[in-house]
Design a protein around this ligand. Structure first.
Ligand code: BJW
Length: 252
């Protein structure tokens, strides 16, 4: 797949020192076979995921919402990290000052080897008790009868952030400070429609960062971006990492 090469300005910035921020969305996992939210194939049993990813949907029909998330867990467990995830992990290994903020809940960045992942929208692999809010890790392939229940008898819910819910305070604070500090921000695979995540590149840009958008399609961020690289993240991100002089382990 063809994609434009990074500009000379961007190559120099990538080779230089100074904090860099990757901000990722569902498009980064598309080449692992996971559907994006707003793209083709995003519907589940004919339903729009945006109608299921709400506290209201869960309150009125926890079983259906849980069936959707059990399916998402299965899909994510069966998927493997792709060259985009691996490239970011290589960059972070080589450069201590590279931050990764993701809206994804699939765990593929972690499985690619990224050790420092700021998760803005939670994780498919965390469960939260509806009675006391306590969260636990749970990577079981089979959750048993749905909807799952806590040992205390209360309903469990997925440990993700739905529309209208606040983002985890510490993650949002960390992401905002990484945006303010960044010299370069690489925004990959997000429609840049969902706030507050979509506001981070503006914060970075206002603080002087060079903003790069990696996406086959234009988004509301495109006009603000200093550089747009139209192409799939799995092709473009390894090239950016190579442009920085960091080996990605790729042979082609
Ligand atoms: C490729 C590719 C390839 C394809 N390579 N690219 C300010 C203004 C307006 C509204 C708001 C605002 N502030 C807050 C709001 C409200 C709301 C919001 O943003 N609404 C907008 C939609 C208008 N935000 C919220 O409600 C947030 N909460 C909040 O603000 O709380 C405030 C509060 C404070 C105090 C008390 C109470 C409240 C919460 C947002 C939660 C979002 N949750 C979801 C579900 C997570 C769980 C789950 O996964 O099921 O997060 S919704 C969904 O959208 C998911 C995603 O993380 C998120 C973003 O989607 P993403 O990743 O961008 O995916 P897509 O599908 O949209 O785009 C994919 C892109 O990839 C496309 O561009 C493709 O072209 C591209 N692509 N293949 C590279 N190979």
């Amino acid at each position: 797949m063809n994609a434009p090469a990074p500009s000379e300005t961007l190559r120099e910035l990538l080779q230089g020192q100074g904090p860099l921020l990757f901000l990722t969305g569902a498009g980064v996992s598309a080449e692992s076979g996971l559907a994006t939210f707003r793209g083709p194939g995003g519907h589940w049993e004919g339903r729009n995921p945006m109608e299921l990813a709400t506290p209201e949907a869960f309150a009125s029909d926890p079983l259906t919402v849980w069936r959707f998330y059990a399916w998402r867990r299965e899909q994510a467990a069966a998927a493997a990290p792709n060259p985009a995830h691996l490239a970011i992990a290589s960059f972070q290994r080589a450069r201590e000052d590279a931050a990764l903020v993701t809206q994804n809940v699939d765990g593929l960045h972690e499985r690619a080897g990224s050790r420092r992942v700021v998760r803005l929208h939670g994780s498919l692999w965390r469960l939260r008790c509806m009675r006391d809010g306590e969260e636990t890790d749970d990577t079981r392939a089979d959750l048993g009868p749905l909807p799952p229940r806590c040992a205390c008898g209360a309903l469990l819910r997925p440990g993700v952030v739905w529309f209208g819910e606040p983002l985890p305070e510490d993650a949002l604070a960390e992401a905002t400070s990484a945006a303010r500090a960044a010299r370069v921000v690489v925004v990959a695979g997000t429609s840049s429609l969902v706030y507050p995540a979509a506001g981070l590149p503006r914060i970075a840009s206002d603080a002087g960062a060079f903003v790069v958008e990696v996406n086959p399609e234009p988004t509301p961020l495109s006009d603000l971006a200093d550089e747009r690289i139209e192409g799939p993240a799995g092709v473009v991100l390894p090239r950016l990492v190579e442009a920085a002089g960091i080996p990605t382990g790729r042979t082609a």
